[in-house]
Ligand binder design. Sequence first.
Ligand SMILES: *[C@@H]1O[C@H](CO)[C@@H](O)[C@H](O)[C@H]1NC(C)=O
Ligand SMILES: *[C@@H]1O[C@H](CO)[C@@H](O)[C@H](O)[C@H]1NC(C)=O
Length: 134
Amino acid sequence: SNKRLANTTCSHCNGKKSCELGLSGFRTPDPCVGTFKYLQTNFTCLEASMSPTCMGRVIAIYGADYGRRDRTTCSYRRAPHGLKNITCLQPTDLVAQMCNGKFSCSVAASNAVFTDPCIGTYKYLEVSYACKCK
Ligand SMILES: *[C@@H]1O[C@H](CO)[C@@H](O)[C@H](O)[C@H]1NC(C)=O
Ligand SMILES: *[C@@H]1O[C@H](CO)[C@@H](O)[C@H](O)[C@H]1NC(C)=O
């Protein structure tokens, strides 16, 4: 799931607070015929919380990672030393456990929730999810 998550992280999302990617392979005329309409990727910065939301359908988490894999995401007004480790990876099942099957859910991107995978690095939570029929 970590590999799949990385595949969805294309460069146009870098540095943005959140972004949405349409995956043509998953797109169908009726979102309930194929399971997924869009695969969404969201980032949230440390001490913020992220809230995947599905209207009328339920959340299916593909993968989540708490750490840092590039220098631009969640980098606004951050000191360079906190951005330099881009191999700070901590794939986590916690978001799936908390969110799968729900219409919406909220997860704090904090060390208190995920534990600190690399002290001194400014981390973010990256979540890849889709909305699917119940
Ligand atoms: C990403 O999260 C933000 C904050 O919770 C939310 O406003 C935005 O709609 C989300 N984007 C996607 C694609 O889910
Ligand atoms: C980044 O952090 C991870 C986790 O603490 C560590 O294993 C790795 O050596 C660090 N990499 C660099 C380049 O500092």
